[in-house]
Design a protein around this ligand. Structure first.
Ligand code: AMP
Ligand code: ZN
Length: 482
C-alpha cells in the first residue's frame, strides 16, 4: 500500500494531490538559493532542510511509482539582490564587497563555500545542479529582450516590468498583498507600485564592480529575472515544484510568475506547485541577515552542538509552522538526538547472525503515509521511535528499517556514534580527555565523601563551559553548557 503524495500548493492555498507533469522525465524542482553576501543564518538553512525533506520524499515516491530521476536545481544569487526586496537600495553583494574591501567575486566565492559546508554538515543532499546567477547574464538579457516590447518600459534607472500586462498579478501573495505593498519602495516614474526592475542601469558616473552591457545600457539584472531564466533553462516550463521561504510568496515569486507569463505568452505560472517554508524565529522575531547578530550553524558547532541537532530541531516541526529557535529548544533537540543514537547503537550491539534486509513492512507504510501527508516529519519521527521500540522485530530488522527511515529524515542515525556527538567548543580550554580525568578525580572525591573537593571540580568544569550531569538517565557524564 502506498499513500498518494499530498503537498500544499501556495498558488491555490490548498493541499493537492501531487503527480509529476511528466513521470518518465522525473520530478523537476527549483529552489531559490542563498544570496552569498554573508553567512547563511539558521533561518536560511531551515529553507534547505525543507527542500531536502521534499527531495528525499520525492526520491522515495519516484522509486515506489517508477517515476524518472528527480532533477533539483538550487541557484546561487551573486548579483542583483538589493538591500530591500524591491528596487531601492544598494546591491547586497556590492555593499558587502565595499564593507570588507574585497572584490565581489571573492565575497561570492567565500560565502558560497561556507554555504556548501553548511549543506554538508546538515546532511542535506547536493542538488543535481547549483546554478550561479552571473553565469547566465547573456540568457537574462535575451529573456528581457523578448518580453520588453509587450511588458516593459524604460526609465532613467532601468527597464521595468509593467505588472498590469499579465493576468492575476500577485495571486500568489493573496491575502498578504497589503503587507507586501508596504515593503515596495517607490521609484520615480514607475507606473504601478508593484512594477519591478528587470534591468538596473548603473548610475551615471558610477562604475560598479559587476556590470554588463545591454540594450538598456551598462548595468545589472534585477534579482527576479535570474530565477525565471535559470528554472526555464534547466527544467523547462512548466516544471513541477518551485520552493522558497514564505517571504518569497509576497514579492519575489509573484514577480517570477509575471515574467514567466510574459515569456510564454500564457497564463501559466511556470511551475505546477509553489511551496514555501515558514520562518525560523527567535525572541526578537524573524531571523534575518540584515538584522545582524544572527546565529550561524558554525556558531552552534563552535559551541559544541552537533549540526544534526539543528536538523532534528527543524524536522520536529512541520515546515509550514513557524519554528522558535532558543537555547532550550536546541538543547532539547540535542538530547533527543543523543537518545536516538544510544537506542540505535544499543540495537547494533545486540545484533546476532546475518544482517536483515527488510524492504516491505507495515512500519514503512506508516513512514510513507507520514511523508506523503505534506511532509509530516514530526509524525515520521514518532513512527521512528515506535519502530525502534518494537520488540516483535529483531534488532537486525529494526536497523534495516532504520535505513529506510533515514532516507527520509536524513539524521545519519545508522552511522552516528556517541563519540561523534561529543563536539568540543572551539574555545574550549579542556580536551575531552582532560574532562574525563577531572570527572574521575571527582568520583574519587565523592567516594571519599570529600564533597568540598567534588564541588570545586564541578565549578571548575562549569567555568570551562562543561556541565557535569549527575545521574543523567542517558548515561552522559557531562555536556557543553549552552
Ligand atoms: P536569502 O539568502 O536571503 O536569499 O534567503 C535564502 C532562503 O532563506 C530563502 O528561501 C528565504 O526565503 C529563506 N529565509 C530567509 N529568512 C528565513 C527565516 N527566518 N526562516 C526561514 N527561512 C528563511
Ligand atoms: Zn528565486
Amino acid at each position: 500500500m502506498t499513500a498518494d503524495l499530498t503537498l500544499y500548493n501556495s498558488l491555490t492555498r490548498s493541499l493537492e494531490r501531487f503527480e509529476p507533469l511528466d513521470p518518465a522525465k522525473g520530478v523537476r524542482v527549483y529552489s531559490c538559493g542563498p544570496t552569498v553576501y554573508n553567512y547563511a543564518h539558521l533561518g536560511n538553512l531551515r529553507a534547505y532542510v525543507f527542500t531536502d525533506t521534499l527531495s528525499r520524499t520525492l526520491t522515495w515516491k519516484a522509486k515506489e511509482n517508477g517515476w524518472g530521476a528527480l532533477t533539483h536545481v538550487i541557484n546561487i544569487t551573486d548579483v542583483g539582490h538589493l538591500t530591500s526586496d524591491a528596487d531601492a537600495g544598494d546591491d547586497k553583494m556590492e555593499a558587502a564587497a565595499r564593507a570588507q574591501a574585497k572584490s565581489i567575486w571573492d565575497i561570492a566565492a567565500h560565502y558560497t563555500a561556507a554555504f556548501k559546508q553548511n549543506i554538508h554538515d546538515l546532511n542535506i543532499r547536493e542538488p543535481s545542479r547549483w546554478s550561479v546567477a552571473t553565469d547566465h547574464i547573456e540568457e537574462m538579457i535575451d529573456f528581457a529582450k523578448r518580453i520588453a516590447p509587450d511588458h516593459c518600459y524604460e526609465l532613467d534607472t532601468g527597464l521595468y516590468f509593467d505588472t498590469s500586462t499579465v493576468a492575476h498579478y500577485g495571486q500568489l501573495a493573496g491575502a498578504q498583498d497589503d503587507a507586501a505593498e508596504g515593503r515596495i519602495d517607490p521609484v520615480e516614474g514607475k507606473r504601478h507600485p508593484q512594477d519591478f526592475a528587470i534591468w538596473r542601469k548603473s548610475p551615471p558616473g558610477e562604475q560598479r564592480q559587476m556590470e554588463w552591457d545591454s540594450p538598456w545600457g551598462m548595468g545589472a539584472p534585477g534579482w527576479h529575472l535570474e530565477c525565471s531564466v535559470m528554472s526555464l533553462k534547466y527544467l523547462g516550463a512548466p516544471f513541477d515544484i518551485h520552493t522558497g521561504g514564505i517571504d518569497h510568496r509576497e514579492i519575489h515569486h509573484p514577480n517570477e510568475i509575471a515574467q514567466n507569463q510574459a515569456f510564454c505568452g500564457c497564463d501559466d505560472s511556470g511551475a505546477h506547485f509553489w511551496m514555501h517554508n515558514n520562518f525560523l524565529v527567535d525572541r526578537q522575531g524573524k531571523m534575518s541577515k540584515s538584522r545582524g547578530g544572527f546565529t550561524t550553524l558554525r556558531s552552534l558547532i563552535d559551541a559544541g552542538v552537533h549540526p544534526l541537532a539543528y536538523r532534528l530541531l527543524c524536522i520536529q516541526a512541520h515546515y509550514r509552522s513557524e519554528l522558535e529557535f532558543s537555547a532550550e529548544s536546541l538543547a532539547a533537540a540535542l538530547t533527543r538526538l543523543k537518545r536516538l543514537v544510544i537506542t540505535v547503537r544499543a540495537l547494533e550491539a545486540r545484533v546476532e547472525g546475518p544482517e536483515a534486509h527488510v524492504e516491505e513492512h507495515a512500519w514503512l507504510d506508516q513512514l510513507d503515509a507520514a511523508a506523503a501527508d505534506d511532509l509530516n516529519t514530526p509524525k515520521a519521527l514518532v513512527v521512528l521511535d515506535e519502530m525502534l521500540a518494537d520488540k516483535r522485530l529483531t534488532p537486525s530488522e529494526r536497523l534495516s528499517l532504520l535505513i529506510h527511515f533515514d532516507g527520509i529524515l536524513g539524521l545519519n542515525l545508522y552511522n552516528l556514534t556517541r563519540e561523534n556527538l561529543r563536539l568540543r567548543p572551539a574555545n574550549a580550554t579542556l580536551t575531552a580527555g582532560d574532562i574525563e580525568a577531572r570527572l574521575a578525580e571527582r568520583k574519587q572525591a565523592r567516594a571519599a565523601r570529600d564533597f568540598a573537593r567534588s564541588d570545586a571540580i564541578r565549578d571548575e568544569l562549569a567555568a570551562a563551559g562543561v556541565e557535569v550531569m549527575d545521574g543523567d538517565p542517558l548515561g552522559w557524564d557531562w555536556k557543553p553548557a549552552l
